[in-house]
Write a protein that binds this ligand. Structure first.
Ligand code: ADP
Ligand code: MG
Length: 404
């Protein structure tokens, strides 16, 4: 994959119109940005290009508008915040490939930055039809001389700005994509062992591809979260009223058997914390948590977190790892009574000398919400879906397009 340095050396940056496909899909409350993490993550690549004398054209999607302009998904608030973070004015184009975009790009001096309106205000961006997507990519290509792919959170999408546009222009990966891919390689092709994987979250069916693939790579797999109850049931435990996917029992049994055959250690909790009613996440009202050993889960209990003995067990099983990948909260961390398992795993990663990676939208949010210092982890992925698909062994369209 070519880098920005390669493009600069080839004379494709200075004085050129450089299109940067970023991922500025931030959460909004009205016009207020509630978490600007993705904008911050985009800054280094944009700064680098501007300093190298590019006319920088930044583009992104935001939310899921239906292929036409929809003011609630406008990137205008993002342009303002991006300007603050860059310390320079960012000209905002009121459309993506129309009169405003063309005039904005034509007005850029070397080193200046513009942001186009939401890519998904155009049906061609996400069209399934290759010709329709291609036609939109042609319009985008007409605005620029060079392409830099840096929207890691979108590389698993076969969208015009991610997949079709790089084929039309000299292209390279931006710093963010280069970093993410480097980290993902250390979790797949280039692993330092022992390699421990911690998986949690809600449904096992969401994570089958990841488990399937990591079974071939990891030395140890620790399981918590809602999906653990399907594993516990597969091992013959009763799980009360916990989240259970009966239809996945055969698959989970196959994973356990394959792990045993390969010598991969599966670590399941020995106790759980739960309640007879699901906690109220809105009011955060105190609930009545009880702890139960996994071979004595009461029939009316909903398992909502891993228990105290399991937290110690998990921490011990992570202590001697050289590489740790964690995806999925250990419990319903959104309620304080069921956040301890997730907190314990986060702390174990911080305490470990291993190279530690946190992937997954809710997992990354949990780390922040529980007040951990993000810099204490080796890496927190900016693209939940994209990193999971990479770990499933899938070819990601946006990365394949940058390879070519
Ligand atoms: P990620 O986005 O990190 O991949 P997921 O989306 O798979 O994670 O799962 C996150 C959700 O899993 C959280 O909202 C959390 O409340 C839920 N969860 C965790 N443990 C349980 C459980 N025991 N029962 C039900 N839901 C759970
Ligand atoms: Mg999630």
């Amino acid at each position: 994959m070519k880098t920005i340095d390669d493009l600069i050396a080839q004379g494709q940056v200075a004085g050129k119109r450089v299109f940067v496909r970023a991922d500025l899909n931030v959460p909004l409350a009205g016009a207020a940005i509630t978490d600007d993490g993705r904008i911050r993550a985009a800054v280094p690549t944009i700064t680098r290009l501007a300093e190298a004398g590019a006319k920088v054209i930044v583009a992104s999607h935001l939310g899921r508008p239906k292929g036409e302009p929809d003011p609630q998904f406008s990137l205008a608030p993002v342009a303002a915040r991006l300007g603050e973070l860059l310390g320079k004015d960012v000209t905002f184009a009121a459309d993506t490939v129309g009169d405003s975009a063309r005039a904005t790009v034509a007005g850029l001096a070397d080193g200046q930055v513009a942001l186009l309106e939401n890519l998904r205000f155009n049906a061609g961006e996400t069209a399934k039809d290759d010709a329709e997507r291609g036609a939109f990519a042609d319009e985008l290509a007409a605005l620029a001389d060079t392409y830099v792919g840096d929207g890691f959170g979108a590389v698993h999408r076969k969208h015009a700005s991610v997949y079709d546009l790089p084929a039309r222009l000299p292209h390279a990966a931006g710093g963010l994509i280069a970093t993410e891919v480097g980290v993902l390689r250390k979790l797949t092709e280039d692993v330092t062992r022992p390699y421990a994987v911690v998986l949690g979250g809600s449904k096992v069916s969401d994570k089958l591809g990841v488990i399937d693939h990591l079974l071939e790579k990891a030395d140890r797999i620790l399981v918590g979260g809602g999906m653990v109850f399907t594993f516990l049931k597969a091992q013959g435990h009763e799980v009360g009223k916990s989240l259970l996917q009966e239809d996945q029992l055969p698959v989970v049994r196959e994973y356990l058997a394959r792990a045993e055959a390969r010598g991969v250690e599966f670590v399941l909790p020995v106790d759980v914390v739960g309640a007879t009613e699901f906690p109220d996440l809105k009011t955060q009202a105190p609930s009545s948590p009880v702890t139960a050993a996994v071979d004595a889960i009461p029939a009316d209990l909903i398992g909502l977190d891993i228990g105290p003995e399991s937290r110690k067990l998990f921490a011990a099983k992570l202590a001697d790892a050289a590489t740790v990948f964690w995806n999925g909260p250990m419990g319903v961390f959104e309620h304080p009574d069921y956040a301890d398992g997730t907190r314990a795993v986060a702390q174990a990663l911080i305490d470990s000398p291993a190279f530690t990676v946190v992937g997954g939208g809710d997992s990354a949010a949990a780390v922040r919400i529980l007040g951990f210092d993000e810099n204490a982890f080796g890496h927190i992925s900016t693209g939940g879906g994209a990193s999971l698909e990479y770990l499933e062994g899938k070819t990601l369209p946006g990365l394949a397009a940058l390879e070519g």
